[in-house]
Design a protein around this ligand. Structure first.
Ligand code: NAD
Length: 346
């Protein structure tokens, strides 16, 4: 007898095409937005943001390029103030999870609709999950208001995404899918999307890392990222809980996901033969944990938690936080289990 489920994922308008960014003005008009505030990260993100402002034309009221990872509270407040000051009636977030994360924080507090133009593979554009950080704790919540109404995917915008960011954000999305196979909230749809995303990432993410200008592989990875974000909406388990706690300590988000994923996968699959079979099928590997480790090893990203600045003395606290959540699927997690996973990743 299959397990019970509730599938509750609102649809989004998704536009995918090489050169799709040229249609951003039409998409803004489609949502009847008259005063769009463009949200981006500083630096190259701001240059892209300025281009989007230009493309939107009369319906744009400005650029707020202040996004940073994990949306510190002051950055969220600054974003809300900028939107109110500009009298914006919509947000266009261009960039990775950091830019989209700031737009979500603004949307949570103002109800403004978001159009996302993602340029990494982390998949935030597909979720109603917002995050905010304060001190060494990160808070997340779910609110349908923050789910972007429209996503515009243009592989052209990702051609210069550095190999390290491509690899880390891609592994972050792969983590959404791997975990999607075993979370208790899984549904036939979320599992099908997870499998399909893994099938696309498996061959194409390594191709992107080998040659960033491979437009076909870039496009496949963006599509996989969309599916992965939708999977993340369903639910999270041990992997995301550990990554969340480590993120609170200031560790880089996507890199941390990439480092711990093979170790959490090995632990969970030891007692989850069905998930093992599905992941093996999607990744075309006998041992999915090994396949994930091999992927991480072949990518130009940090390989161990010690390389991204984890203080070893914090491991027991992170393990305690994870064990206290009472995770049951695909297997219960004790403090000792979580400690062992973190030590291996360290
Ligand atoms: P990011 O947005 O932090 O971007 C990483 C770096 O790449 C930044 O310096 C950015 O300026 C640069 N960059 C982005 N696009 C580029 C491009 N096309 N060309 C050149 N440089 C580019 O990376 P990310 O991994 O996508 O996002 C991480 C954040 O997203 C974290 O805060 C994480 O918590 C959040 N996140 C949230 C969800 C969710 O559902 N809420 C899901 C995944 C990630």
């Amino acid at each position: 007898m299959p397990g019970a489920f509730t599938h509750d994922v609102p649809s989004q308008r998704v536009v995918f095409a090489l050169g799709a960014v040229a249609r951003i003005g039409d998409e803004v008009a489609h949502l009847k937005i008259e005063r769009a505030l463009v949200i981006a990260t500083p630096g190259s993100g701001a240059r892209l943001g300025a281009r989007i402002v230009e493309l939107i034309g009369k319906r744009a009221v400005g650029l707020h390029a202040e996004a940073v990872m994990h949306v510190p509270r002051a950055v969220a407040e600054g974003g809300v103030a900028a939107a109110l000051q500009a009298n914006a009636d919509g947000l266009v977030a261009v960039g990775g999870g950091s830019a989209i994360g700031l737009a979500k924080a603004i949307a949570r507090d103002t109800g403004l609709p978001i159009i996302a133009v993602p340029t990494t593979y982390s998949g935030s554009e597909g979720t109603p999950i917002w995050g905010q950080s304060e001190g060494d704790r990160k808070q997340t919540g779910r609110d349908w208001k923050v789910l972007p109404r429209t996503i515009v995917y243009d592989p052209d915008l990702t051609m210069k995404l550095p190999a390290a960011v491509s690899a880390a954000s891609g592994m972050n999305a792969i983590a959404h899918c791997v975990e999607g196979i075993w979370v208790p909230e899984r549904t036939p749809v979320s599992m099908a999307l997870a499998m399909e995303a893994l099938r696309r990432f498996g061959p194409h993410l390594p191709r992107v890392i080998a040659d960033g200008s491979d437009a076909e592989a870039r496009g496949e990875c963006l599509i996989a990222a969309w599916l992965a974000g939708t999977v993340l909406t369903t639910g999270t388990g041990l992997h995301h809980k550990l990554a969340h706690a480590l993120g609170g300590l200031g560790l880089p988000h996507a890199e941390t996901h990439a480092i711990i994923l093979p170790h959490v996968t090995r632990f969970n699959l030891a007692t989850a033969p069905e998930a093992n079979e599905r992941l093996g099928d999607a990744l075309k590997a006998k041992d999915p944990a090994d396949a994930l480790l091999a992927m991480v090893r072949s990518f130009p990203i940090p390989q161990r938690l010690r390389d991204v600045g984890l203080d070893e003395a914090k491991i027991p606290d992170v393990a305690r936080q994870a064990a206290a959540l009472g995770i049951k699927e695909p297997r219960p997690v004790t403090i000792e289990d979580a400690t062992e996973i973190l030590r291996r990743a360290y």
